[in-house]
Write a protein that binds this ligand. Structure first.
Ligand code: HPA
Ligand code: ZN
Length: 347
């Protein structure tokens, strides 16, 4: 029997995967941003696609957020939100992504005078079309901007309730330091009371205490990022025992200097501690890679083989909110790929 060397790139491309930490506004590629800005008559501060890309040199979360909110100003009409979401889904369907649970930031738009319904209708229509065209299933997560007030978040939830059937969960993003989860307890209580699930960004730049607050006060189903949990061994034990998923975003963490280089990323340590770690792309237009590129980056720098890659992909389905029978189908498909790879099949 001929033994063929394992090719991570081909293997990753062939794995079915779910993406659970993706800001739709963070998928706005410079070319599309310029096209939409031109047709809307919106003036951008940057003169060209190249000049804009050159500005993507971040030193922390805030330096990224400043440019990310600026880029979103091109989006005005329902069709803009459709085109944005469709472009993301067209791309990831080709990456063998089978299910997505994506964030949108309504306040980034409503604060500029764009109606809540304009954004959600465009996003929803693209999600619907992608399921029909590609079989990619999806859920939508409304994120509150944590640098704004709790009252503003409550008003956003008021705007959202007429569209509750299109929204699966609420989340919390934007500037983490100084904006602890406890600030949003009341709005998350109300969202859960309305039947929505909850998630929150915590432990990206913020301390393990913010992860604890997200769990205890906001009753989250997953922690977005969560990489700083390792500083608190008792918290790691709780996350492990309760199998709380972490939606880790490797390329984002390097671009925003959460880790200095991929070789020093703690993803492999988190996995070895028995945590339900998943790989995600966060804001791929800004951080240099979609889902497969994130898997490739960790696979290469942290020496992940087929068993660990399959574990990560299985975790992505386990941590998702798809029906149990669908999860089993994906686990089976992944088991077969792993068996073929470890038997020395070509990829
Ligand atoms: N962290 C917080 N807020 C965000 C992010 C992130 O990684 N991406 C978009 N908004
Ligand atoms: Zn994020």
């Amino acid at each position: 029997m001929t033994s063929v060397t394992f090719n991570p790139e081909h293997f990753i491309a062939r794995m079915p995967k779910a993406e659970l930490h993706l800001h739709i506004e963070g998928t706005l590629e410079p070319e599309l941003m310029f096209e939409i800005a031109r047709r809307n008559g919106v003036a951008l501060r940057f003169k060209s696609v190249e000049a804009l890309r050159e500005a993507y040199n971040f030193h922390n979360l805030q330096s990224f957020l400043d440019i990310y909110y600026e880029g979103a100003q091109a989006l005005i009409h329902e069709q803009d939100f459709y085109d944005l979401t469709r472009a993301y889904l067209d791309r990831v369907a080709k990456q063998n992504v089978r299910h997505v649970e994506i964030f949108f930031d309504p306040q980034t738009h409503t604060d500029r005078g764009v109606k809540f319904e304009t954004a959600i209708k465009g996003i929803h229509r693209a999600l619907y079309d992608a399921e029909y065209l590609y079989g990619v299933t999806s859920h939508l997560i409304l994120c509150f901007l944590r640098h704004l007030s709790a009252d503003a978040a409550m008003k956003t939830l008021d705007d959202a309730l007429p569209f509750k059937q299109w929204i699966k969960a609420v989340g919390l993003d934007s500037s983490e330091m100084g904006n602890p989860p406890e600030k949003f307890k009341a709005v998350f209580d109300r969202a859960r009371h309305e039947g929505l699930l909850t998630v929150a960004h915590a432990g990206e730049e913020g301390p393990p205490e913010y992860i604890r607050q997200a769990l205890d006060l906001l009753k989250v189903r997953r922690i977005d990022h969560g990489v700083r949990c390792l500083e608190d061994p008792a918290l790691v034990e709780k996350l492990r025992q309760e199998r709380v998923p972490l939606t880790v975003c490797p390329l984002s963490n390097i671009k925003l200097r959460v880790f200095d280089r991929m070789e020093n990323h703690n993803l492999k340590t988190l996995l070895s501690q028995g945590l339900c770690v998943t790989v995600n792309s966060d804001d791929p237009a800004y951080f240099g890679g979609y889902l497969n590129e994130n898997y490739q980056a960790v696979s290469q720098s942290l020496y992940l083989g087929p068993v660990e890659l399959v574990q990560l992909a299985k975790n992505s389905f386990e941590a998702s909110w798809i029906p149990q029978a669908d999860k089993q189908r994906y686990y089976h498909e992944l088991d077969q790929l792993q068996a073929a790879a470890t038997a020395g099949a070509a990829y």
